[in-house]
Ligand binder design. Structure first.
Ligand code: FES
Length: 188
């Protein structure tokens, strides 16, 4: 249909312009959804009742059900904490990487407890914009370094929780924790 043909647009402008507006609206709302997804955790975090969060200022985690090669997520002070049981291969990979290859150089030995290096425990919040990375389940995408993969913008972490591919600028944060026994930790 030419631009001069009669139309029934009732004053809303040519159809093409209307379609373009709809498309722009769709793009804008898709962007809004992505933005909401990226900040979902901090928002949910801030909506938690303070009393509940404070009541969980420390938690105990039983390590016995976590098989080598997998991890679990526990909630601590309103944050997800990844507790992952590393295989011998994953430990060796984390220990052997030259520190010069790291975005935030940190030895694996500084990120685990001595004598318990099969366990890596990190706060599960991407250091880019706060999404929760994937990788605890062996079937999850774990990225090229076998640790965690953040689906929001593609950051990747190794089996020590160190960032290996941005845009995340920093390693996953370590929560305060201690081993109470060989099979139980206290976080917080
Ligand atoms: S939030 Fe952007 S890569 Fe994780």
């Amino acid at each position: 249909m030419s631009a001069t043909a009669p139309t029934h647009d009732h004053g809303h402008g040519p159809e093409l312009a209307g379609g373009k507006r709809d498309f722009l609206k769709l793009v804008a709302s898709a962007g809004a959804v992505i933005a909401i997804g990226a900040i979902a955790w901090p928002l949910i975090d801030s909506m938690n009742p303070a009393a509940d969060v404070l009541a969980l200022s420390s938690i105990e985690v039983d390590l016995t059900p976590i098989v080598a090669g997998s991890g679990i997520t526990v909630a601590w002070r309103g944050k997800p904490v990844f507790v992952r049981h590393r295989t011998d291969k994953e430990i060796k990979e984390a220990q052997d990487v030259p520190l010069g290859q790291l975005i935030e150089p940190e030895a694996d030995s500084a990120r685990v407890k001595a004598g318990h290096d099969q366990w890596i425990i990190v706060i599960g919040i991407c250091t880019h914009l706060g999404c929760i990375p994937l990788g605890n389940k062996p079937t999850d995408p774990r990225g090229d370094w076998g640790g965690w993969f953040c689906p929001c913008h593609g950051s990747q972490y190794d089996t020590s929780g160190r960032v290996r591919h941005g845009p995340a600028p920093l390693n996953l944060t370590l929560p305060p924790y201690a081993f109470e026994t060989d099979t139980k930790i206290k976080v917080g």
